[in-house]
Design a binder for this molecule. Sequence first.
Ligand SMILES: C[S@@+](CC[C@H](N)C(=O)[O-])C[C@H]1O[C@@H](n2cnc3c(N)ncnc32)[C@H](O)[C@@H]1O
Length: 366
Amino acid sequence: MVKGNQARRAAGRVGGLCGGRGRTKSEAVCLVDLFAGFGGVSYGAKLCGLDVTLAVDNDAVRAVGESNRHPSSQTHTPHTHTHTHTHTHTHNSPSPDVQIALGVHKQNFPKARHVQAKLPIVNKQPSKRNVRLPVPRRRTWHMHSSPPCQALSQAASNVPADKANTAIELVEYTLSLVVTHRPDSWSFEHVPHKGVRAALVRFKEERPDLCDFAVVDFADYGVAQNRRRLIAGNPPLIAAFLLKTDARPCIREILPHLPTGLHLMNHTTNTPLKGGGYRKLEPHEHMRSVEHDPAYTVMASAAHHWTDESGTKLRAVAVEEAAALQGFPPSFNMDGVTAVARRRGVGNAVPVEAARRLFEACVENM
Ligand SMILES: C[S@@+](CC[C@H](N)C(=O)[O-])C[C@H]1O[C@@H](n2cnc3c(N)ncnc32)[C@H](O)[C@@H]1O
């Protein structure tokens, strides 16, 4: 063992977190971004020098009045040698108005390969395994997965059980890929739902060498927004990320142009009562100071509001402001999609700064 490591070091190569191929230090690590969305994760990776190689999404970010625009260049479907049931759209017939998330991703990461597919991609014969994704060969690569979480988030408590089960299946699918596709390192982000935790607990028990997880508030990791999420990945990566805590940034640090005295009012206006039912919140109970506090969780489905000190609503938080609170730079290209779809893609994203710290931890441990 020691001999092997010494030999690798002598050859100028460093090993992967999963004990993978090793790479020269100058070689960029490739990112495979599953459930890539608009690309909060990809953007954080890019800031750390990773090469965004593959982005997969089914583009299910739709809204009433969505434009039918398609990105000028085509997306790819995965190439497989087996007869598969992929739910993907062919190169020649992109389904109308469904290329929204992947289209925005492609505008910002034109060099990546974009695969429009509904995961998991499975063989028709149930005895066969999941289809292999077109991951990089002979390059060091990191797999990130952020499966959809709407069906499991707190705000969605009345979602039907089958939708919740599908969401958990996508978590299990991700964990199966860690074993079958053997990325050099991996990470995962989701809401801290009990079903997600249970899947992670089982996987960690089976593969303590491959998996650790933690529930964090991204406000403690440089994000000007309370956003409680479960993160998982290789144990050294998670340990290194957890060390990257910071003082909580306030809204003003991200949006310096806002007038003084402004407050942010949470879209949520009720609070659950212990004995059941709800109580309507007083304005001061769901308002925060721009000068001192992080924002409420940026949401995909609705906007919070700016108010004056008395709680009188002034206007909704603009999509561009929500994007900034999620860490997207003003140069991030969301052209060609409606405001509703932008808000959804932005609200669904992993905050760029949280992703950046995760990949910083990843690169440090490669
Ligand atoms: C939480 S968002 C991902 C956010 C992304 N990581 C980011 O940072 O911008 C989940 C994404 O999964 C996509 N999605 C949902 N179900 C899917 C499925 N079965 N297969 C592929 N993509 C799916 C949605 O279109 C959405 O863009």
